[in-house]
Design a protein. Structure first.
Lengths: 440, 119
């Protein structure tokens, strides 16, 4: 502690003295030309004192205290709230804590032009942000997710895949809502994907559509909405345990909540190996624009299931995804620089994001009820698992599980909920591909 | 490829995208689920034919070969194995590295060694 104080005081001394020294060296030139007198020296000293004072003033002008705006302070406060939520309530701490720290980092006030901020070309943060702007991080995250995910419950019960598709109604409904609110087509598409409840997909699509670079047909450039969209997607994903349960209780009757599903059959390794290959070929033939996401997802899953590449799968699902999550979280957080982030558009995006989550959850739940009309006896599904069709993996499946346990303590839905959950990931990636191919 | 010239009304284009997009998403996942319902057994059947050269009807080959063995049983067995393997550590000797070695002769205990080699 003493050492730290010592170093700090030496540093501050140096900083205060520097302007004085700098001024002296300038005045030396004057000294050569002007005649040396005692009077002059006195004046010199006064000037150098003034100079030191000026230096301190200049230094103050460089500090955050002088440059802070109300926006910065609000955003720093929001960053602290994110960190608090992550630590205290355990809402997706792996996301909220890096993002919260990033929000603070991005909103420290600074003087523009010194290659500090994330939006200044050449700054370190800007280079890290490159992976977000160009959509590099999301496919890498998907690789890790693929290497983590067990698709066996989906293979055992393929009809549950439709629940993942039903939840994508949130994407398209939000897209329409954004159009009505006056966003243009590409921006609306990027906002809509928040309803997919999939952070990486949202970043991927917004980096392609609403990146502030593309030029529209009428000659205007699209707005840069990556920051607000990513923050909205991730914060609502973290809030899944808050948003979904009331909707479940509202839409699904007590008897329906108690339905027990028969345990999924055991799936052979051969089927698990065939799944990623076939699914990759089928889905990307239908929606080639989602190739970066789905290609990496199924590639990661093949690494896991092939049984021969355990080392690669292990790296993809631990080290690699951790590294990318850290970079992604911090840079997305830092991209919320107040002067760019706090706008009317951001507020609208946040409102639309909440609505899209609600619509997606309702879509999944209602479709599950609809499916139940056609299913008989043992094959009936518990409509609660429809809510897991929004792809927030594995949080929404966990929420479904706890909600099921509340109505019947012996009803374990986690395994069943994972099926619509992972198909939701596939569904939202396909939806992103479709929107991209229409509007990109 | 034909290009539809400039649709001025964004909202109507939005509806087009809404409907076609939803249809495509449903279509894609429906194909996928249909494939795993019906296509996969055929693939497995063909694979069996190729490898074993035994004629069998598609209906004879069941993907769900063992109806009784469900995921729950697998979960229970693996939990038991996991617990058992973890338990084993309790019976291990705590002393892993230190071993008592007895030697008949050692320079540490020898008087002659001590007299010849001064420290």
């Amino acid at each position: 502690m003493k050492k730290v104080l010592l170093i700090f005081s030496v540093l501050s001394l140096l900083i205060f003295i520097r302007p004085a020294l700098g001024l002296n060296s300038n005045n030396n030139n004057d000294n050569i030309t002007s005649s040396v007198s005692v009077d002059q020296v006195n004046q010199e000293e006064e000037i150098s004192y003034n100079g030191a004072f000026e230096g301190i003033k200049q230094f103050y002008n460089y500090t955050g205290f002088a440059n802070a705006t109300l926006g910065n302070i609000i955003m720093i406060f929001i960053g602290i709230i994110f960190i608090y939520l992550g630590i205290k309530f355990d809402y997706e701490p792996l996301l909220l804590i890096p993002i919260g720290a990033g929000v603070i980092i991005g909103n420290i006030p600074f003087v523009a032009g010194n290659q500090t901020g994330i939006y200044e070309t050449g700054s370190v943060l800007n280079y890290l942000y490159f992976g977000v702007v160009k959509g590099i991080y999301p496919p890498l995250i998907f690789l890790g997710i693929g290497a983590m995910t067990d698709f066996s419950s989906l293979i055992a019960n393929p009809k549950l895949m439709l629940l993942g598709a039903a939840a994508q109604i949130g994407v398209f409904a939000t897209f329409l809502g954004a159009l009505y609110l006056g966003f243009n087509l590409p921006e609306a598409g990027a906002i809509g994907i928040i309803g997919g409840a999939d952070g990486p997909t949202a970043i991927f699509l917004s980096s392609k559509l609403a990146n502030g670079v593309n030029i529209l047909a009428d000659g205007t450039t699209v707005k840069n909405l990556i920051g607000p969209i990513a923050i909205a997607a991730y914060s609502y994903m973290a809030l899944v345990p808050v948003i979904q349960p009331p909707l479940m209780r509202f839409l699904i009757s007590k008897e329906d909540r108690k339905i027990k599903m028969k345990p999924p059959r055991a799936v052979s390794q051969k089927e698990k190996m065939i799944f990623p290959i076939v699914a990759l070929i089928l889905t990307t033939f239908i929606s080639p624009s989602s190739l970066p996401l789905l290609g990496m997802l199924f590639f990661g899953n093949l690494l896991k299931e092939s049984g021969r590449t355990e080392r690669l799968a292990d790296t993809a699902r631990t080290k690699l995804i951790d590294i990318v999550t850290i970079l992604l979280g911090v840079t997305v957080g830092a991209s919320t620089q107040a002067d760019i982030f706090i706008t009317k558009d951001s507020m609208l995006i946040f409102a639309l994001g909440a609505i899209s989550f609600v619509i997606a959850t309702c879509g999944g739940l209602l479709f599950a009820k609809l499916m139940n009309l056609f299913l008989k006896g043992d094959n009936k599904i518990n409509p609660l698992i429809g809510a897991a069709g929004v792809s927030a993996v594995p949080d929404s499946a966990r929420v479904v599980h706890t909600e099921g346990l509340k109505s019947d303590p012996s009803n374990y839905l986690l395994m069943h909920a994972m099926a619509p959950n992972v198909s939701g990931v596939i569904g939202s990636a396909i939806a992103a591909g479709i929107i991209l191919s229409f509007l990109g | 490829m034909t290009h539809i010239p400039l649709i001025t009304d964004q909202i109507s284009e939005g509806y087009v995208i809404l409907i076609s997009g939803l249809l495509i998403v449903f279509g894609a996942l429906l194909t996928l689920s249909l494939f795993f319902k019906f296509g996969l057994p055929i693939i497995l059947y063909i694979y069996k034919v190729i490898t074993k050269r035994k004629d069998k009807k598609i209906s004879e080959i069941k993907v769900d070969a063992d109806e009784e063995f469900t995921g729950e049983i697998a979960g229970a067995i693996s939990a038991a194995i996991h617990l058992y393997l973890n338990e084993q550590h309790d019976h291990e000797s705590a002393i892993l590295t230190i071993k008592q070695v007895k030697k008949p002769y050692s320079p540490w205990s020898s008087k002659i060694y001590g007299t010849q080699h001064r420290l």
